[in-house]
Design a binder for this molecule. Structure first.
Ligand code: C2E
Ligand code: CA
Ligand code: CA
Length: 974
């Protein structure tokens, strides 16, 4: 009741927030029952919000209050007020410090004898002054924690507040600085402690300058302190007129600024080194930085461009300097065009400057709004591009002018570039192809045009197949046969860009030429074969010739070396062939040769080699096993077959053959052909129509011959050859009128050898001439010494081998001839004159005569020199062959022959010598027949020079005793 009365009567009248709670007997926590309106205003709780809640709701977290209750509930009574400060939680959750006081009231006991009590409390939020103090303290703490100096002076320059930083910055004893100090005093402390190096020595003036209003009103000041330390003073006036000074340690900032400036300087230097113009305009289009190249590109005078200049002004400078070609004469128009914003924002702009100079402007906006412009000299690029474009134009016109089809397809095989020839080739008309047409379609078109014979009737399949063939896109060459005997060569290549270039060459002409060439070369080959054949074969018989034989022989030798076996050679010589030729004519001779070759062919195997190596000489080569007797059998068969006569024009031609056979390994392989020749001669010696087989004896012979040949050569070197001399007597007087020099070999082992032992070998070795020379020189020298001074030195005759007169050593001969006082004669064998005398050899004889040499025909009568030939040769003397002389006393036949031979000499009005005179009778008869000179054993044998000299001396003596008297009584007719 009392509580209700309290509520209604006056609780709501007080401005203090009041809360009432009931404390049940025995409980230590009171339950709220009411809060007044002031309470609601202050803390946000309405009475119904808190009614029933414990006091904990208001005192959350503040256990101070409850601890005091735990010690025992204080006694009741209004005079027993308790209180303190506590933190109260507002309805919105915030808390507030309050001063609170309470007291406990006992309830009336008449109704409820329970002894419950009421708890009445007022809560007053703590005063604003206290808050301000606290805030101030906090501020001071914060300002002291701030590292840079902060100070506040009042309008009278008395210090109100400074932080620790300020105190430390002004004095070595920071505690000297106290509130209420005048600024001047503070400055004096600072100057005293060396804080302001500037002020030293002029303290007052310095301080007075600071104290001037202008100085104090300036908003900031930078101060450089010792050790590159920098401070910035920031000054401001508060609303109360206080001076607030904050000193910032700006050392780091200053250094950063300095670094930035250095970096910028470097950047500008770098930009100046950069050859292309470069500029940065800020967001207001004012020049920030540019390099020298930019300045130079805009004006001749670099100072005309200044930092801060507006871009339009820069442009004007450039126009005035004539730097912008297309602005000349229309500056303003250009300016307005150019400096429209859109134009200026173009990232790339190309400029043409006077003198075909080109620049490209690259513009970019930086985040801070700056415009960076880079100007690149693109003159070279522009020129290159221009050159490239004109080259391309030229190329395209060249491609168009190119007579053969040309096309480029892109990587997807779509047509890109082509020339009219290509169009014509592919479609048959012009204007049909368009760029982008696919190769497949074009192939189909070609197929339809009937130009590809292979595609006729199956155009689509052909195009399909061709298009999908792998070589279509592979670089390479393909030859196409088109209709009408036309040929195209398709050359495909691929560019780096993956395009296909197709060049079609009309190679029809080339193909035709090649075809013609091929035909020609076939002909040539045939001609070559014919020539080779002719070179290797005998015209008449078609058999191989000597060269063919040599070739085949080499092949057989090679084959033998590689795979063994032996080679046999048959040397066939026809008998009586010359006779047939002479008596029956060449036609008969030819027929015989043809028949012979046919017969030989029938006997040999196809792989055998048959060659005709001379007029009537043939060789057959066989490749045989070592023990085969085929060569011998073949030789015998040939002998008998080749002796069968042949009828030519009804007349019988009789002939035969002689065969020489040699075979490896008995004969040395290299010598096989000479060896078979040797065997042939062996057979001939035995009588014709025989087979001669090369055997061991021949081999020994051959070896002997070889040894002898070596010996002859050595003998020539060693001058073992010397002349013997056989005198020739005047038939009338018996006087020695001439000497015949005869070669002798003074062999170190065998003694004196006559020509029969060495001459034929020397002739074979082709050194007979050398022997002649040795004899000639020695004889001349000896005879000149012995007879040079005689009244009539004897004539000297030399036997001359055929080789000698063909030699050109006329000069040497001449010297020798002139070295001898007597006559020199050359005896030439009659057989030499049997050969046809050509003009050259006659000429040589004339040369000899000019040298004063007389020519004698040796062994006259043994051969068949015709009188006509003799007349042409016109010799000085004939020497009757001694075999005929031997017949002189053997009957009338020989005599008659001799007489007629001697008469030839007389008819030619030349001398006649008889040689080989062995008896007195012979001498007499020959002298009687008219021989004017006689030579023979009857008078003297050939003898060494010393013997000759002795002989001559003796014969001189004897002649004076009339030892020899030719019988002049014999009648010439006998
Ligand atoms: P030739 O010119 O007919 O020489 C005459 C040969 O008859 C000589 O043989 C000689 O000794 C021989 N003779 C001389 N008187 C008689 C005789 O009464 N009865 C017989 N039975 N024989 C007689 P030689 O010296 O053996 O010479 C043989 C041949 O060698 C020569 O025949 C000549 O053709 C050739 N000859 C000799 N010396 C040379 C030379 O220096 N050079 C050349 N190329 N050939 C020579
Ligand atoms: Ca002679
Ligand atoms: Ca003779």
């Amino acid at each position: 009741m009392q509580i209700e009365a309290l509520k209604s009567s006056f609780l709501d009248l007080t401005n203090d927030p009041v809360a009432i709670a009931r404390l049940a007997p025995g409980e230590t926590t009171a339950h709220l029952i009411y809060v007044n309106a002031a309470f609601t205003d202050a803390f946000g709780y309405a009475p119904e919000d808190v009614s029933g809640d414990t006091l904990n709701r208001l005192h959350a977290g503040d256990d101070w209050f409850w601890r005091s209750f735990e010690d025992g509930v204080p006694p009741s009574g209004r005079d027993r007020r308790q209180g303190g400060t506590c933190r109260l939680v507002r309805a919105d959750g915030t808390s507030v410090d309050t001063d609170f006081s309470y007291f406990l009231v006992d309830a009336d006991k008449d109704e409820h004898e329970q002894g419950e009590r009421y708890f009445c409390a007022t809560y007053r939020p703590r005063s604003g002054v206290a808050d301000a103090e606290r805030a101030y303290a906090r501020l001071v703490a914060a300002l002291n924690a701030y590292p840079d100096p902060i100070v506040v002076y009042d309008r009278d320059l008395k210090m109100i507040f400074c932080n620790d930083g300020y105190a430390a910055s002004m004095s070595d004893k920071p505690e000297e600085l106290v509130a209420g100090m005048h600024l001047e005093e503070v400055l004096r402390l600072a100057v005293r402690d060396g804080r302001y190096p500037d002020a030293i020595g002029r303290e007052d003036a310095w301080i007075q300058r600071i104290l001037t209003p202008e100085f104090l009103e300036s908003s900031f000041e930078d101060v450089e302190l010792d050790g590159d330390v920098h401070h910035r003073l920031l000054r401001s006036r508060s609303t109360f007129g206080d001076h607030v000074i904050v000193r910032l340690n700006s050392t780091e900032l200053v250094r950063q600024k300095r670094q930035a400036e250095a970096a910028q300087a470097r950047l500008i230097a770098a930009l100046n080194a950069y050859p292309a113009p470069f500029v940065i305009y800020d967001s207001d289009d004012c020049l920030v930085v540019c390099n020298d190249a930019y300045r130079a590109s805009m004006s001749e005078h670099r100072e005309n461009l200044k930092v801060g200049m507006h871009r339009t002004d820069v442009a004007r400078v450039a126009i005035r300097a004539g730097k912008i070609a297309n602005a000349v004469g229309r500056e303003e128009e250009w300016m307005s065009d150019q400096h429209q914003d859109a134009e200026m924002e173009k990232p790339v702009q190309d400029l043409e400057l006077p003198g075909d100079v080109h620049h490209r402007l690259l513009r970019s906006r930086v985040e801070n709004g700056d415009l960076v412009i880079l100007r690149i000299d693109t003159t070279e690029l522009v020129r290159q591009r221009r050159a490239f474009e004109s080259a391309q134009d030229r190329l395209i016109s060249a491609i168009h002018a190119y007579p053969d089809p040309f096309a480029i397809y892109d990587a997807d095989l779509k047509l890109v570039v082509w020339n009219p020839a290509y169009e014509e080739a592919m479609s048959g008309e012009s204007g049909k192809l368009t760029a982008g047409t696919s190769l497949k379609d074009i192939l189909y078109t070609v197929a339809l045009s009937g130009r590809i014979p292979a595609a006729i009737g199956c155009e689509e399949e052909w195009a399909e197949r061709y298009y999908s063939s792998p070589h279509l896109t592979a670089p390479g060459v393909e030859d196409l046969e088109l209709a009408d005997d036309q040929y195209h060569r398709v050359v495909r290549s691929r560019t780096e860009a993956g395009e296909f270039v197709i060049l079609r060459l009309n190679i029809t002409e080339v193909v035709r030429q090649r075809r013609a060439l091929e035909e020609k070369s076939v002909q040539l080959e045939k001609a070559n074969r014919d020539i080779t054949y002719m070179a290797l074969h005998d015209d008449l018989t078609g058999l191989g010739n000597r060269r063919y034989l040599a070739q085949k022989f080499d092949q057989l030798v090679q084959k033998r070396r590689e795979s063994g076996g032996e080679i046999a050679a048959l040397h066939i010589d026809l008998d009586r062939f010359k006779n047939i030729n002479d008596t029956m004519g060449h036609a008969a001779g030819d027929e015989v040769l043809l028949e012979i070759s046919r017969r030989i062919r029938t006997h040999v195997d196809p792989e055998d080699v048959v060659a005709r190596i001379g007029g009537d000489e043939f060789v057959v080569l066989l490749s045989v096993a070592g023990d085969s007797d085929r060569p011998e059998t073949l030789a015998r068969d040939l002998l008998s077959d080749l002796s069968r006569p042949l009828f030519f024009e009804g007349k019988e031609c009789r002939f035969g053959a002689t065969v020489g056979l040699a075979r490896t390994p008995l004969a040395e392989v290299e010598q096989l052909l000479t060896t078979s020749d040797l065997a042939l001669y062996k057979a001939k010696r035995r009588g014709r129509g025989q087979l001669g087989i090369f055997d061991r004896a021949d081999l020994e012979d051959a070896q002997r011959t070889k040894a002898l040949a070596d010996d002859v050569l050595r003998g020539i070197e060693a001058v073992e050859f010397e002349p013997y001399f056989q005198p020739q007597m005047d038939a009338a007087t018996g006087e020695v009128v001439a000497l015949e020099a005869l070669a002798r070999w003074r062999h170190p082992e065998y003694g004196i050898l006559a020509p029969g032992a060495f001459l034929s070998i020397a002739t074979d070795l082709n050194v007979a001439g050398d022997i002649d020379r040795l004899i000639f020189e020695q004889a001349i020298a000896a005879c000149q010494t012995a007879f040079g001074s005689d009244a009539r030195p004897p004539s000297l005759s030399f036997n001359v081998s055929e080789g000698r007169i063909n030699h050109h050593d006329f000069d040497a001969i001449q010297r020798q001839v002139q070295a001898y006082a007597g006559q020199v004669s050359f005896e030439l064998l009659e057989t030499i004159f049997l050969e046809e005398q050509d003009d050259a050899s006659l000429c040589r004889l004339d040369r000899l005569r000019e040298l004063g040499i007389s020519i004698e025909v040796d062994d006259f009568g043994s051969g068949r020199a015709s009188v006509v030939a003799l007349q042409r040769i016109n010799p000085d003397r004939l020497k009757i062959d001694r075999r005929l002389v031997a017949l002189v006393d053997k009957g009338s036949g020989g005599l008659r022959l001799l007489r007629s031979l001697i008469e030839i000499g007389h008819a030619l009005e030349i001398g006649v010598t008889a040689e080989g005179v062995e008896t007195r009778d012979q001498a007499d008869i020959l002298a009687g027949l008219g021989c004017d000179r006689l030579q023979g054993y009857h008078f003297a044998r050939p003898m060494a020079f010393a013997d000759l000299v002795a002989f001559l001396r003796k014969s001189d003596d004897a002649r004076s005793e009339q030892v020899f008297q030719p019988d002049r009584r014999l009648p010439p007719m006998f």
